[in-house]
Every structure is written in structure tokens, then in C-alpha cells.
Design a protein around this ligand. Structure first.
Ligand SMILES: Nc1ncnc2c1ncn2[C@@H]1O[C@H](COP(=O)(O)OP(=O)(O)OP(=O)(O)O)[C@@H](O)[C@H]1O
Ligand SMILES: [Mg+2]
Length: 264
């Protein structure tokens, strides 16, 4: 692996993935991947279509179990037999998936609070409070003000950008420690993109970390501190942003692509 990171970190990572491998019907989507994420950093994950980026973060987020490998969160090893999206959320990992896996038929407010309701002292769910908070998230955290935005609106009636905004708003509201964003800006307008990028930028000021996946190199370069390059299920490069210009990043990507094409 090409490695221009000279950063010898004394601190232990917020999470680490070790020797993660995953195949789908004989296709090796991931081959012995190691990845660390440190507090206060935004890690950009890049690579061609099919490189394995989404598969890797789906393992981290509890969607898929790997065939082999380990995941440590906060120094504790995760048992993949009992690890799922809910458990990942409880451990502070909130993910905005590329394929927007929201409960389509649910109203907005329920979608935001599913699995983590606001309750009163007796444990009863406070629906009115959840609706109020849902609107606050949508209006103020992500600035969604479209005509169809009200707490009772169904998720399936939202536009693509509004859906992505909703999942990002959920991550903001729950103040998650580790935020994973898989192509969060593809369906967004310029103004919404700015909001997402400034939200990601705020993460570093708090005790959090983010994995940011994007094919849009200028968006990714704006926010990432460290960039990891994947190719055909492996990590093939790791760079500190300060050591690499946006143009050089583009060249690295193109080279990885050319090599995987066998130079064709
Ligand atoms: N559920 C699945 N079933 C079968 N194959 C899958 C599945 N998920 C991913 N794959 C395969 O694994 C490989 C890696 O896919 P993945 O979605 O992780 O790539 P990616 O880097 O996220 O690509 P993109 O940039 O296009 O989103 C691909 O060859 C893909 O076809
Ligand atoms: Mg993907």
C-alpha cells in the first residue's frame, strides 16, 4: 500500500476494523481491509465504482456481517452475531446510506425517532414532543423548507434531497459520535451541499469523527483530513490532506483505476 501518512498517533482510535473480508456469491467485495478512525478527524474514503466503500461502511454500521475480521469500537470488540444497525446506533454510529434506507411508509417524525423515542419519566412516548423536534430538525438543522415538509408527511413523498437531508438531520440531532456519510451530497442543491459540508466541518470541533465517501473530489477535499483510497476491495493508498493537492488526489484516483483496468 502506498502510504504518505507519517502521522504517528499516540492516541487509540475511536474504532478500528481489522482484516475485514467479505464476498457476495464468490465476488470478493473486500479483502483483508484494515482501517482506523480517530477522534476529531474526517476521513475521506475514495475509490472507483465497486471498490468496496459502501460494503465496508455497511459492515461498520451493522447492515452486513463480514466473512472474517474484527471491529473494535472504543476499545471493545464487537460480536458480529449480535451486531446490527440498531446496536451500531446505540454505540454512537449514525449512517447516511447511499441507497437511502429510510422507512418509506413512515411519517417523518416516526422515522426520526424509531428505536430512540422521546419518553417522559414514566417511559411513555411523547408523540407531540417528537413531532415538534422533527420539525425543528428539518427546518433548523438542515434548512428543509419545501411545501411537503411537515411532521406527518410520509417519507416516500419526499424528494431525493429531502430524504438525504432527513437522515443527515437525524445524525445531527442524536449528536452521534461517529457519523458515516456515503455520498451525502449527490441529490442535494448547492445550498444544501453547503449545509452538509459545514455540518461535517463542525464535527472536528467536537469530540467526534466522520467517514465521508464521495465521488465528488472537491466536496471531499474541502472537509477531509485524511484520505484513504480503495481499489477492488483493498486499501491501496492513505494520504494526509496537507500532503496532497486536490489535483494530486485526482491523479492518484486515476492511477488506481488504470492499474485495476490492467492499463487498458
Ligand atoms: N448485496 C450485494 N450483493 C451482491 N454483490 C454486492 C452487494 N453489495 C455489493 N456488492 C458487490 O461488491 C462490490 C463492492 O460494492 P460497493 O457497493 O461496496 O462499491 P462502492 O465502492 O460503494 O461503489 P460505488 O462508488 O459505485 O458506490 C461490487 O462489485 C458490488 O457489485
Ligand atoms: Mg457505494
Amino acid at each position: 500500500m502506498e502510504n504518505s501518512c507519517q502521522d504517528n498517533r499516540a492516541i487509540s482510535p475511536l474504532l478500528s476494523l481489522r482484516e475485514i473480508s467479505k464476498s457476495f456469491d464468490g465476488v470478493e467485495a473486500l479483502q483483508s481491509v484494515d482501517l482506523d478512525l480517530f477522534s476529531g478527524e474526517i476521513l475521506g474514503l475514495v475509490g472507483d465504482n465497486g471498490a468496496g466503500k459502501s460494503t465496508l461502511i455497511k459492515i461498520l454500521s451493522g447492515v452486513h456481517a463480514p466473512d472474517t475480521g474484527q471491529l473494535n469500537i472504543g476499545g471493545r470488540q464487537v460480536d458480529f452475531k449480535t451486531y446490527d444497525v440498531r446496536r451500531a446506533r446505540r454505540l454512537g454510529i449514525e449512517t447516511v446510506f447511499q441507497d437511502c434506507s429510510l422507512g418509506e411508509k413512515q411519517p417523518l417524525w416516526r422515522n426520526i425517532f424509531v428505536g430512540r423515542p422521546i419518553t417522559n419519566r414514566l417511559g411513555f412516548i411523547r408523540v407531540r414532543e417528537q413531532k415538534r423536534a422533527a420539525l425543528e430538525i428539518l427546518h433548523h438543522h438542515v434548512g428543509l423548507k419545501g411545501a411537503g415538509i411537515n411532521a406527518n408527511a410520509r417519507v416516500r413523498h419526499l424528494s431525493g434531497g429531502e430524504r438525504q437531508g432527513l437522515t443527515i438531520g437525524r445524525a445531527m440531532y442524536f449528536d452521534s459520535r461517529i457519523i458515516v456519510l456515503d455520498e451525502p451530497t449527490t441529490a442535494l442543491s448547492l445550498k444544501e451541499v453547503d449545509k452538509v459540508l459545514s455540518f461535517v466541518g463542525q464535527i472536528v470541533r467536537q469530540d467526534k469523527a466522520c467517514i465521508y465517501i464521495s465521488h465528488n473530489m472537491s466536496h471531499l477535499y474541502r472537509v477531509a483530513h485524511r484520505i484513504v483510497l480503495m481499489n477492488r476491495g483493498r486499501i491501496v493508498g492513505e494520504y494526509l490532506k496537507n500532503d496532497l493537492s486536490l489535483e494530486e488526489l485526482g491523479v492518484k484516483l486515476m492511477m488506481a483505476h488504470t492499474i485495476s483496468d490492467g492499463g487498458r
